[in-house]
Design a protein around this ligand. Structure first.
Ligand code: PMP
Length: 398
């Protein structure tokens, strides 16, 4: 029996990521596709998880998260971003950043409300907007040209706001493009949100993965600034992040939403019925993780930058068209420089045919044509995997 999805969900497709990763595993491909690290987390973070289990933290946490973790999130926000928040009334622990974004959208959107998202976008945003019965309004980020990297046209973004706009979902550093918005760009976006009285949900999971520019790539931005710290935004921003990328614990799914009390109340109202509370021992371990010393955080950022530059150097040496990123794990490659024009077809066949896995940019876009030949590579793999992945990519040239 075939079971049709509810009408509002009929645009949802099974994501290509699972397909590519399964093919990568079957064929022993170098997996430069899915964005999970193959490093171990810092040893003191793993030790903290063991200690939390041994200490007997096995039962439900309070719905908004254990108090120590809410304090640790507030301390982290003050330490890295100068953003002062009250852990009691402004921090909620969630099942990863994904649940925080989900709760925010479901809490604030009525059917028919418009939600502005960038295009390409992380695929959970349009899916949850559809679940809410709201309407995604996608603002394209211009694909890279030989002269310039990915670029967000701020006038186009401002023009997308309408009286029906309820939310802006922003993601910087941005998956999949690696774009990092500058302070000037954030200020322009803040002014637009204030003018239209719109709430922003900002996905900042890559906040510690900014990439300092390679000496050859001038002009790239290399500093993450939360939108919530810009003028007029503290009262209208839900800041979302998680421990997964920063500490190489993507499977733990410990995330958080930071927002002023009225928005926090709204997020908690939904979150309590999504999962109530999860991962009690891991919440304890993330207290330790967030309290890590400066060297631990610096190593996270530097290792990511080192790997970016390694990928860039190997790709450029082989004349592969690659766009440097200012943040995230990800880099954009144009497979036209390898003799192909369809990123989706390449991604489907490459694990078996060439022993390498990549992800097509088209999978993140509602208007795939302008990004048809672009694929995303993930730099969060051991260096020998990166080098071998590039070797196989280059060997697929025709
Ligand atoms: N947001 C973005 C932009 C991501 O790239 C990812 C992971 N791929 C997530 C959220 C998921 O975060 P979490 O695992 O904490 O839910």
């Amino acid at each position: 029996m075939s079971v049709p999805l509810a009408v509002r969900l009929q645009g949802l497709r099974t994501s290509i990521f699972s397909e590519v990763s399964a093919a990568a595993a079957t064929h022993g491909a170098a997996n430069l596709g899915q964005g999970f690290p193959d490093d171990a987390p810092p040893p003191h973070v793993v030790a903290a998880a063991h200690a939390a289990l041994d200490a007997g933290h096995h039962q439900y946490a309070p719905g908004p998260g254990i108090p120590a973790l809410r304090r640790a999130v507030a301390d982290h926000q003050r330490r890295f971003h100068g953003h002062h928040v009250d852990p009691e009334t402004e921090v909620t622990i969630t099942f990863g950043a994904t649940e925080a974004v989900t709760a925010a959208i479901l809490a604030l959107c009525d059917p028919g409300d418009e939600v502005i998202v960038l295009d390409p976008a992380y695929d959970s945003y349009p899916a949850i907007i559809a679940v809410a019965g709201a309407v995604p309004v996608r603002v394209p980020i211009d694909p890279p040209t030989p002269q310039r990297g990915w670029h967000l046209d701020l006038d186009r973004l401002a023009a997308a706001f309408s009286p029906r706009t309820r939310l802006l979902v922003l993601n910087s550093p941005h998956n999949p493009t690696g774009l990092v918005l500058s302070v000037d760009e954030l200020d322009a976006i803040a002014a637009t949100c204030v003018r239209h009285d719109v709430v922003a949900v900002t996905d900042e999971v890559y906040e510690h993965l900014v990439v300092h520019p390679h000496p050859r790539d001038e002009g790239a931005v290399a500093h993450h600034v939360p939108l919530a710290t810009r003028p007029g935004m503290a009262e209208r921003t839900i800041t979302v992040s998680s421990a997964g990328k920063t500490f190489s614990v993507t499977g733990w799914k410990i995330g958080w939403a930071i927002a002023p009390p009225p928005l926090t109340t709204a997020v908690r109202a939904v979150k309590q019925f999504l999962s109530f509370a999860g991962g009690t021992p891991l919440q304890h371990a993330v207290v330790t993780a967030l309290g890590s010393d400066d060297d631990t955080y610096a190593e996270v950022t530097e290792r990511n930058a080192r790997r970016h530059h390694l990928l860039l150097d190997h790709l450029r040496a082989a004349d592969v068209a690659v766009t440097p990123s200012a943040g995230t794990y990800f880099l954009t490659v144009d497979i036209a420089s390898l003799g192909y024009d369809d990123g989706e077809a390449y991604a489907r066949t490459a694990p078996a045919a060439h022993g390498v896995a990549v992800v097509p940019l088209a999978a993140f876009s509602a208007t795939p044509e302008p990004v048809r030949s672009l694929v995303r590579l993930a730099a969060c793999k051991r260096e020998e995997v990166l080098v071998e992945g590039v070797r196989r990519l280059v060997a697929s040239r025709r």
